[in-house]
Write a protein that binds this ligand. Structure first.
Ligand code: SF4
Length: 98
């Protein structure tokens, strides 16, 4: 039985904070004209909504809010479509579990 004071996942995620490292995105997509199936899938799969389809049909990434789950890193490990690094120290996601 669910307790009446249960909390939603969205509410928990809202407690996290993200420090943007201006000019140093930790995820970059290699230039492309036609996005691969993997890149197109990431528009729906990224839990932070970092990927979006641009007007010219390419896929863009804005890693602000990235939760470092590694989904995109794993899915593109064989294709080399992404440059993925952890954010520099002091930047990126700061998880709050309280
Ligand atoms: Fe999105 Fe996870 Fe990739 Fe970050 S690591 S951009 S949250 S899929």
């Amino acid at each position: 039985m669910l307790e009446s004071n249960s909390i939603k996942v969205e509410d928990k995620l809202f407690q996290n904070r993200y420090k943007v490292d201006e000019g140093n995105p930790h995820v970059c997509i290699e230039p492309h004209t036609v996005p691969s199936d993997v890149l197109q899938a990431l528009v729906k799969l990224c839990p932070a909504g970092c990927y979006q389809k641009a007007d010219d049909g390419t896929v863009e990434v804005l890693p602000d809010g990235c939760m470092e789950c590694g989904t995109c890193r794993v899915l593109t490990a064989e294709t080399g479509e992404l440059q993925w690094n952890y954010p520099r120290g002091g930047y990126g996601i700061q998880f709050k579990f309280g």
